[in-house]
Design a binder for this molecule. Structure first.
Ligand SMILES: NC(=O)c1ccc[n+]([C@@H]2O[C@H](COP(=O)([O-])OP(=O)(O)OC[C@H]3O[C@@H](n4cnc5c(N)ncnc54)[C@H](O)[C@@H]3O)[C@@H](O)[C@H]2O)c1
Ligand SMILES: [Zn+2]
Length: 419
């Protein structure tokens, strides 16, 4: 608000002290393998104490879903803690915690998580290490942000989506009152450690889900990355490690650059470019009772939003087709029957996602759409007739294809945005 205008509106008895605080946030994001190999000092180095003469204290949460695929993980973490006990102190055995969306649905899990941490008497110089998927990281992130107004959180993301997106940013949250991420904070982590070994354990759905977020950031920010993604799809489908490592690192890099340089890390404005496709995705997750996972929902959301962009001339038919081809060939959905559910007045229930999205950010509705591949622009109003046509095209399974991933540039394409 303009200060002078504010003063002019008062009755003359008010005084004001204007206060601006600048706080730099810094956290490293590591990429590699073998974090809990007994000989690996990385975690001890990351925790290296800031309190003289005291070993850093830590506790570890482990995602149960991960453990199902890696039953010896707890033993390995215990062995690691024993090996490095001269440099850090594990204050409790690793805590196995439910993963998946259920972990962050409702207040109960948050309360239990806080109740688990508090008796361990961790202070603001102590560490909580969360090892798991995006949902577990969101839950533990919120709990640690609340206790003593912020314990130090080290995220160890273990899904593709968590390594390239959910785990590297500055947010946490839980779902409540049927709204995704309604309760949460902005709380940058102390550090993030992406260990690619965990990705080998994923089932097909979660291996592919994170590929959707890579498409997302490529479509609105980096055309070269988009084209390389399309080329690497066969390798990704064979679960080629090098192809996935490249995808995770590049996608994380683009997210981190956006947070660092995009000018709005804590989302004070009404726009959220990295949430391209998400107005629909969040609503689809809810409508489907979380049957559709986040990454798959984002894929459907991007298919809809790319056809919407095509309908207003921001993408050529070939570009929109290239996106749909890319998603389909990566085994990602571009339609779900939940999009056909209707309100009593005949409107599609999914369209409520637009209002929820606006409400979440506040202010004017702002949707980011690609404007040429690798670049973006915003719309503030959605033409419902156009949107309905998009739904109908996808519902009919209309053959929308670029005949491969050639991406003839649309006239409006601004330069690729690498911010
Ligand atoms: N905070 C943010 O900025 C942000 C950004 C994007 C997404 N998200 C959130 O992230 C969540 C999605 O995260 P996700 O895709 O990681 O899914 P997820 O956390 O729901 O995990 C998916 C499943 O994989 C299991 N799992 C985890 N690691 C495994 C491994 N290595 N091997 C086998 N199974 C494993 C989990 O137990 C779970 O069952 C959503 O809730 C979404 O809203 C948050
Ligand atoms: Zn997402």
């Amino acid at each position: 608000m303009n200060g002078d205008k504010h003063q002019a509106q008062g009755d003359g008895n008010w005084q004001v002290i204007r206060q601006t605080i600048t706080v730099p946030f810094a956290y490293p994001v590591y990429f590699g393998r073998g974090l809990f190999d007994a000989a690996n000092p990385l975690l001890a180095d990351v925790l290296a104490g800031t309190v003289p003469d005291r070993r850093p204290r830590l506790m570890v949460f482990v995602d149960r879903g991960l453990l199902n695929s890696s039953p010896d993980l707890i033993q390995r973490i215990n062995a690691w803690l024993a090996t490095w006990s001269h440099r850090c102190e594990g204050v409790a055995p690793p805590v196995v915690w439910e993963g998946g969306e259920a972990a962050k649905t409702g207040w109960e899990g948050l309360k239990r998580c806080v109740e688990m941490i508090v008796p361990l008497r961790l202070d603001r110089q102590s560490y909580v290490v969360a090892v798991g998927g995006g949902a577990l990281l969101d839950l533990v992130g919120l709990a640690t942000a609340l206790i003593h107004r912020g314990l130090r959180l080290v995220r160890v993301p273990t899904t593709v989506l968590a390594q390239n997106d959910a785990g590297v940013g500055v947010k946490n949250g839980i779902d409540a009152w049927s709204t995704k991420n309604l309760i949460g904070t902005f709380a940058p982590p102390y550090a993030v450690i992406n260990d690619y070994d965990f990705l080998d354990l994923l089932d097909e759905v979660d291996w592919r889900g994170g590929i959707a977020e890579a498409f997302k950031v490529a479509i609105i920010k980096d055309r070269v990355f988009f084209e390389s993604l399309c080329r690497s799809v066969p390798a990704l489908m064979r679960r080629d490690r090098a192809a996935m490592e490249f995808l995770v690192k590049r996608c994380a890099e683009l997210h981190l650059a956006h947070i660092r340089e995009g000018g709005d890390p804590f989302e004070m404005g009404s726009a959220r470019p990295l949430d391209f496709g998400h107005w629909l995705a969040h609503q689809l997750e809810i409508l489907s009772g979380y049957r559709v996972r986040h990454g798959q929902a984002v894929s459907v959301g991007m298919a809809v939003d790319c056809l919407l962009a095509e309908s207003i001339g921001w993408l050529t038919g070939a570009e929109a087709g290239a996106v749909l081809d890319g998603l389909r060939s990566a085994g990602l959905p571009i339609w779900d029957d939940a999009l056909d559910r209707r309100q009593p007045d005949g409107r599609r229930q999914i369209v409520e996602g637009l209002e929820s999205f606006r409400e979440h950010l506040g202010g004017q509705l702002t949707l980011t759409l690609p404007r040429g591949l690798g670049a973006r622009d915003e719309i503030h109003d959605v033409d419902m007739v156009r949107l309905e046509r998009v739904f109908e095209r996808l519902a009919r399974g209309e053959n929308i294809s670029a005949a491969g991933c050639s991406t003839g540039r649309s006239k409006q394409s601004p330069a690729t945005d690498v911010s």
